[in-house]
Ligand binder design. Structure first.
Ligand SMILES: [Zn+2]
Length: 223
């Protein structure tokens, strides 16, 4: 027997086995289905004659539900891929606070991000998949005004920053997925009350910010 023939035969064998298993699986399910139908019909003597057709109807339903399950799995996979490539809001429920570019007495420069007013302890999510490049107190190196902060580099060369956190849940170098929880909101650093300060940056450091709400809207998730 050549190597190729052996391989082909083993594949055939595997396929045949799989078919047998599927068929056996069906038998079990159909039998079980009949049992359930019989039990359910026990009190209704007149209906027991319908068990045969119930079994066949259930077999049909099994085939259909198997196809449905396959379609649902394919859809779930597609949705997961779509979600990974999308951009989402950094928090679910919020009130918009100070906007980008606003001049304020408690900032040394114009406001460099968008504030999302949320209670302390609100889960903060990565708006898109990426790699954590900063995570820690003093803005992860950007300055004490930010408090505990995280910066993530994304696949399109953009960066997002999350500041005033009460808790940081990621480390520098860590890969995060779209919508992954990365920490909890708070009021650390130069903050007048609990909120998430969120920046979109063209580079990793302070001073490269662009307006976040327009950016998120352009990427499919309006805030
Ligand atoms: Zn802010």
């Amino acid at each position: 027997m050549s190597k190729f023939t052996a391989l082909r035969n083993s594949k055939k064998f595997a396929l045949r086995n799989r078919v047998a298993v599927v068929a056996a699986g069906f038998g079990v399910t159909a039998a079980l289905g009949a049992g359930i139908a019989t039990a359910a019909d026990a009190g209704l003597q007149n209906l027991t004659t319908g068990v045969g057709s119930t079994v066949s109807a259930q077999a049909d339903a099994q085939v259909k539900s198997a196809a449905d399950a396959k379609a649902a799995a394919a859809k779930a996979k597609k949705d997961a891929a779509k979600k990974a490539d999308s951009w989402v809001k950094p928090v679910d429920k919020y009130t918009l606070g100070s906007t980008f570019g606003l001049a304020g007495s408690h900032w040394s420069h114009n406001h460099s991000g968008q504030d999302f007013v949320v209670p302390t302890g609100t889960p903060v999510k990565a708006v898109h998949k990426g790699t954590v490049v900063k995570a820690g107190p003093y803005g992860g190196g950007d300055g004490p005004a930010y408090g505990n902060a995280i910066v993530i580099r994304h696949d399109n060369g953009m960066y997002t920053q999350y500041a005033h956190l009460s808790q940081i849940g990621v480390n520098v170098g860590q890969q995060v997925g779209t919508g992954d929880k990365i920490g909890l909101s708070g009021s650390t650093g130069n903050s007048t009350g609990p909120h998430l300060h969120f920046e979109v940056r063209t580079g990793p450091d302070y001073g490269t910010g662009i307006e976040p709400t327009g950016f998120l809207r352009a990427h499919g998730d309006a805030v």
